[in-house]
Design a protein around this ligand. Sequence first.
Ligand SMILES: [Zn+2]
Length: 278
Amino acid sequence: MLVNLDAVLKDAQKNHYGVGLFNTTDTDMLEAVISAAEELRSPVIIGTAEVLLPSGELKLIAPAMIAAAKRATVPVVVHFDHGLTRERCLEAIELGFSSIMFDGSAGDTEENLKNTAEIVKYAHERGITVEGEIGHVGEAAAGDGKTDDMYTTPEEAVNFVKATGVDALAIAIGTAHGAYKEKPRLDIERLKAIRAKLDTPLVLHGGSGLSDEDFKNTVREGIAKVNIFTDICVAGIDAMNEGLERGLSYLEIRDLKVEKMKEAAKRKMTLFGSSGKC
Ligand SMILES: [Zn+2]
């Protein structure tokens, strides 16, 4: 069934588990992630991000995501990840997404606050939940996510939630997007300090490549939503390489890819503790 973030994150926060957001830019990923969630009886969040749209047009993939969510036997949030512009966020809402992220974290803090608050007002009138970001989770390839001034402080997290009314908050505690060149250093003390001051569900971005231990620690200390993309892509690439080596046909390679991406998604759901929760 199609639900918004509140329907899955409040329970996750209360019962100390994490719900995965798996971006599903094509129907193969969609099939892999939804079937993984159904098999494990796990709530799940699917979606796409503004930067991913050149590889999967929003108007084409949105109806497939929404149809898959509606017919699923587990709660599914269809979330627009890292909306960078108001126009795209509104388009996603128009197309039936139940949740959006507006990410103004790369720009001026005051602007981010003002723009996020406006989008929250618009979305809440329509029953759509909104995730915001304060601090800045950068790109691993650019070496971002390592300078202290990009990390979220407890004070700015509290101020941001108060000023914007977001339903979930992405925080920067040392992770970065994409594949890591060196092992990330997670600031768990910072996460604890933010959690202690705030009731809003917290979101970890840049999760691919973290160790199982890192995931367990961050979920235990208060992360309710974990974003995963690169790790599922890697599982898909490995399957395609394996299929080519074995001389499989196009459709056989596709089926193998779905199966391997499904296994990767199931591993994450089990690790986050969301399996068996619905
Ligand atoms: Zn992200």
